[in-house]
Design a protein around this ligand. Sequence first.
Ligand SMILES: Nc1ncnc2c1ncn2[C@@H]1O[C@H](COP(=O)(O)OP(=O)(O)OP(=O)(O)O)[C@@H](O)[C@H]1O
Ligand SMILES: [Mg+2]
Length: 229
Amino acid sequence: MHATRDGATVLDGVNLRIQPGEAVCVIGANGAGKSTLMRSVSGLLRPVTGSIRLGGAEIGRERPDTIVKRGIALVPEGRQVFSPLTVLENLRMGAYMHRHQPRGRTDNDLARILDIFPKLVARLRQAAGTLSGGEQQMLAIARALMSRPRLLLLDEPSLGLAPLVVESLFGVIEHLVRDGTAVLLAEQNARAAFRVCTRGYVLEGGHVVLQGETGWLAQQERLQSAYLG
Ligand SMILES: Nc1ncnc2c1ncn2[C@@H]1O[C@H](COP(=O)(O)OP(=O)(O)OP(=O)(O)O)[C@@H](O)[C@H]1O
Ligand SMILES: [Mg+2]
């Protein structure tokens, strides 16, 4: 795919593939095009030229809500929780596309997801804006899971979080992958990303400059100097 912003090329022939249930990362510095990639796949940035396919179906021209219904959910950079709404209201918003289904099904999803994020249980009636950064990131992921994605897009979830918080967050992501959710993870923190992903791409200036298994990537000089310092 190719993407332009304000007339400038930001993604220049990027070609990625994610198998069902696979955890793949996109490593890149500020401005590399990670968010542009995530937002394009989610349908939030148009037009994109080239092709975006989900299980054989072309989705590169579809609307964001259709793409969510098809099974791709974005956890945006900077969390973007609805601050004045409660944690519970945020979670229910994540199930918006299933609003016509029986209430019991949403409640089951909610119970299952709160099992993964037990810390949110005590905070359900609290305004999301009052949560810590790490809790807001957990909420943003939990909200995305309410749409029952096959593919979860995570845009720099570690941003601005303390190392211990990052560790617990990535433990949760690992758990989701083990449960069968495919993940595309954009990160500058390669060390954290390599813990959960089996394969990765390195994005520089809108190009994939390196790709392979994360064990192999971690050995590459180009990565060690720039992202693994
Ligand atoms: N709304 C916009 N209008 C014009 N150009 C933009 C816009 N958003 C991003 N860009 C440009 O697109 C390029 C890629 O930005 P993008 O946000 O995709 O990078 P990123 O890899 O997510 O960076 P970061 O790590 O800082 O989040 C940058 O050169 C940026 O200046
Ligand atoms: Mg970004």
